[in-house]
Design a protein. Structure first.
Length: 250
């Protein structure tokens, strides 16, 4: 999955100017102001010339929205923070500004939008955190759970047989009933994987909150990330089959 910022803006329609306490809540890498070359340290705006600053490419989505790298985020707090920050870059505030400032505000709003879209979904959030923590920018490959491999092969054969059958025939009805049963079983399996993921999310957050830099903590970190990657891979595979089944027997 890619994380390139999109241009779609999710903005609050409120037209009040940015609150002064809000202007400095986007953490950015230490840099120089593009306009006056003053040092800018983690601010939306330059303290000297008050020009809007572009979000650093090194800033991750958690930091963009003012959250630590945790996986059990409160969705209401996440949404509230997003709309609070997005008002800072509302186009109406930049109609009389320079072309550079208008471009930067739109770009910053797009980054915030993409950050919110990524973090509000628990699965995308976990995949994104894995990419951050492991340095991998590739999609997580889908793979079938080992204990379901033979069952899935049989299921694919049944799917092909159903697609080739007369839907209103006795055989078609029988195959459809079989596929519905398999779909329900796989949905339960997916729910079980999601429950395991939630436990891993809690384990991750607890480990990060402890802030220990011991060898045992590093081993636990690696365990959580590996199990999370494997579960996400299996879940995506099962989810794809469930969707295929639903579309076929609908």
């Amino acid at each position: 999955m890619g994380y390139t910022p999109c241009r779609l803006l999710l903005m609050d329609n409120q037209q009040s100017p940015p609150h002064p306490d809000t202007r400095r809540q986007l953490q950015m890498a230490r840099s120089m102001c593009w306009h006056c070359q003053s040092e800018v340290t983690g601010e939306y705006f330059c303290d000297r010339c008050v020009k809007v600053q572009p979000v650093s490419k090194e800033t991750d989505y958690f930091t963009c929205l003012g959250f630590p790298r945790r996986l059990l985020l409160d969705p209401q707090k996440l949404e509230a923070k997003f709309y609070e920050l997005s008002r800072t870059f509302h186009p109406d505030f930049y109609q009389t500004k320079s072309a550079d400032e208008q471009t930067i505000s739109l770009s910053n709003a797009a980054v915030l939008n993409t950050a919110y879209r990524t973090l509000r979904d628990s699965i995308q959030r976990a995949e994104y955190l894995l990419a951050l923590e492991t340095g991998s920018v590739k999609d997580i490959r889908t793979s079938p759970p080992a204990d379901l491999f033979e069952e899935i092969l049989d299921l694919q054969d049944t799917l092909e047989e159903y697609r080739a059958s007369e839907r209103d025939s006795d055989q078609g009805h029988r195959l459809r009933a079989t596929l519905q049963t398999e779909q329900e079983a796989l949905e339960r399996r997916k729910e079980g994987m999601e429950a395991q993921l939630r436990q891993l999310f809690a384990d991750w957050d607890k480990l990060q909150d402890a802030g220990e830099a011991t060898s045992l903590a590093r081993v636990e970190r690696d365990r959580i990330l590996k199990e999370m990657r494997d579960l996400l891979s299996n879940r995506t595979y099962v989810n794809n089959i469930v969707n295929d089944l639903a579309a076929t027997i609908a």
